[in-house]
Design a protein around this ligand. Structure first.
Ligand code: GTP
Ligand code: MG
Length: 370
């Protein structure tokens, strides 16, 4: 299979693309600089031009910077990333809507959240909180697990009139498995039959001991409908975030995680990226999963175009070569040749994996992203 364009190869060899085209023509291959050539032809050209062949090893090509740790001196405070979890219909989306003063819930098909939305909310003290809204449906367990992963704090929404339900317990287990602290939002306290005390008691069975009972789990009674308890909830998040001292280096090549991605009719492939560290800028060249691209535009959660996005900020990224998968890492790289090379490598690896290996387990994904 073809591995590289003539121009990319020329760039890597610091030769002129036209010279490579000439050489290829002499070899009986009439191609243009934008066409791709296979491995053997590329290697032949490299030797023809008196360069050494340096095969990129697997380790070399793997550009995930998991091991490259930022210097403590470069770290700055970042907003906490909070995932809202809970049983279906307990009011996750309504609560998020109330917090950000918007109305997503009413616009959803059947009122069921189908994807992870990501939003930033300003707290009364002026700091930012990033929220992820995960689907509450049993069928979307996988997406929910992914949500817990990029998350610093989980808000467990429990409807006070319905109490702890299977998906509430599932959410508790996901958060625990990911080592993420939980804040319990006891919602719908406006409703008849609401029994917040009963919720607090049931939490004990899952080793969540609320402060009133001598534990360290914060719980806040709220009503997404009547918009009560919201400031208190934001306050609880701020307290938890402060304990955690969340930091990231904003002054480096950006790295982020895909929280959702789709093919948009008018705009092409679009991914919602949560920036983990560094600052993503318009014009940046990147690899995202097995796709490469260049940031054509960044759109914030208000639908406004922005030039840059720093740590903990969710942004829509335009300019992808294809649709990546949720959970993929976006990494900014130095140039297009590198981006394409890594993407091509990953595509071939993914193909191999698909044919010889069992699908990657959720546990494995958790670890890979942690
Ligand atoms: P899924 O995304 O399907 O899991 O649901 P969800 O948890 O996001 O719940 P959603 O916000 O869609 O709310 C479910 C229903 O509960 C809606 O009819 C809301 O209007 C209602 N609801 C949410 N919060 C409150 C509240 O505080 N009080 C009352 N009375 N109703 C609420
Ligand atoms: Mg919802």
């Amino acid at each position: 299979p073809d591995v590289i364009t003539v121009q990319d190869l020329a760039n890597r060899m610091a030769e002129k693309g036209a010279d490579l085209v000439k050489a290829l023509f002499k070899m009986g291959m009439p191609v243009t600089v934008n066409q791709t050539i296979d491995q053997d032809t590329a290697e032949l050209l490299v030797t023809e031009f008196g360069h050494e062949i340096k095969r990129v090893s697997d380790a070399d090509i793997d550009i995930r910077h998991d091991e490259d740790v930022d210097d403590a001196a470069n770290l700055k405070a970042r907003a906490p990333v909070v995932t809202i979890m809970g049983h279906v219909d307990h009011g996750k989306t309504s609560l998020l809507d109330a917090l950000r003063g918007a109305n997503v819930q009413a616009g959803e098909a059947g009122g069921i959240t189908q994807h992870i939305g990501a939003y930033q909310v300003k707290t009364p003290d002026g700091s930012q909180v990033t929220f992820l809204d995960t689907p509450g449906h049993e069928a979307f367990t996988e997406m929910r697990q992914r949500g817990a992963n990029v998350t610093d704090i989980v808000i467990l929404v429990v409807a006070a009139d319905d109490g702890l339900k299977p998906q509430s317990i599932e959410a508790i287990n996901h958060a625990k498995a990911a080592g993420v602290p939980i804040i319990v939002a006891i919602n719908k306290v406006d409703k008849e039959g609401a029994n917040p005390q009963r919720v607090r008691e049931r939490l004990l069975e899952h080793e969540l001991v609320v402060e009133e009972m001598g534990g360290d789990v914060q719980n806040v009674e709220v009503s997404a409908l009547k918009k009560t308890g919201l400031d208190k909830l934001l306050g609880a998040i701020a307290v938890q975030a402060e304990i955690m001292e969340l930091k990231a280096n904003p002054d480096r090549a950006a790295e982020g995680t895909v929280v959702e991605a789709k093919l948009d009719k008018g705009r092409g492939p679009v991914a919602t990226i949560l920036v983990r560290r560094g600052t993503l800028k318009v014009g940046d060249i990147f690899v995202c999963g097995a796709e490469s691209g260049r940031v054509r535009a960044l759109i914030d959660d208000q639908g406004k175009q922005v030039k840059t996005a720093g740590p903990s900020m969710p942004v829509e990224v335009l300019g992808l070569g294809g649709v990546p998968m949720a959970g993929d890492t976006l990494t900014v790289v130095e140039n297009e040749a590198r981006a394409r090379e890594v993407a091509a490598y990953r595509q071939s690896e993914a193909l191999k994996r698909r044919t010889v290996q069992a699908p990657v387990s959720l546990e494995g994904m958790f670890e890979a992203l942690a």
